[in-house]
Design a protein around this ligand. Sequence first.
Ligand SMILES: [Zn+2]
Length: 368
Amino acid sequence: MFNLLKYRDMKYEKEFPIFKTKVPGVEKKFNLADVSERKEYFEQKAGEEIAKLKKYFDEGRTFIVYLLGKKNAGKGTYTKLMMEVFGKDKIGHISVGDVVRDVHECMENENEKKELLEYLKNNYRGYISPEDGVNALLSRDQKTLLPNEFIMALVKREIDKMGKRALFLDGFPRNLDQVSYSIFFKELIDYRQDPDIFAAIDIPEAVIDERMKYRVICPICHTPRNLKLFATEKVGYDEEKKEFYLICDNPDCNGARMSAKEGDNMGIESIRERLEMDEKLIKKVFSLHGVPKIFLRNAIPVSVAKDYADDYEITPEYYYEYDDDTKTVKTLKRPFVVKDDEGIEVYSLLAPPVGLALIKQLVKTLGL
Ligand SMILES: [Zn+2]
């Protein structure tokens, strides 16, 4: 028991300290789903830090952040928030998964294909030819293991296209070998003298599980939502199937019914291997000396939540009631409580408070 407690202490207080997003004097209850209220939220809670970072970007300086977190931890979401706060001209997002997928598209166009192979000829050094690398990638041929050098050349190409922006890299390093590459990546890509930072996201598996099981997507604009954790304004009820469904908020979608992706109902078990690798990666990076690190927590123990976070920063659980007489759906909310990986009852934070922690730690890490 003593050891278990000690481990919990370590995890919470040392590795992933609880970040206080409750700011004295800021009393307004923000609706964090609303873009303009979100802007005001960031200004009120981190105005000083945002100004410092804006000045830093205006001076032409950048950085590279390696985002490390389990699949579905919200890496893309946090980067989008940074783009919203600082502008797309200042922040670039590279998802290595997307880069690899783009190669497929690239190959369907003769000019793009030629351009990609030309780039690889000039920028890639490795034991298999660029052509074999591309073929292995396209056929997802499991026998030819894609060398890290090949993936890195593809990422470098994406970075070259970005121009002078602070970069958030998602999906690199992806395996234990790539950790060693990432230490020197900044030098390899000649990304000026700007700092590189590892940002690790801690998220309970139970939260990932619920995110997957209740995820729905608009068939038209592909906006993701969650029946349980992130409802839309309008919700419908299917009398035949006796189930509630979300209706896309995007006016262009004309009330499209959002639906689940095949396989998502399996939840976390379908990505178990990936999660274990991600966990190993985070541990490995923790053990690195000499690289600045930022720690982001998705969850906060229920027992201390009221001291550290405001109510509106916590993910609610949505549930619904159907009125048979008026044929209307009522959306209701209650606290969403899950057990984290150590068995502690926690709340899951919405993305903006995690973004707030990211902004404040960036300022500190960069010494601004
Ligand atoms: Zn839509």
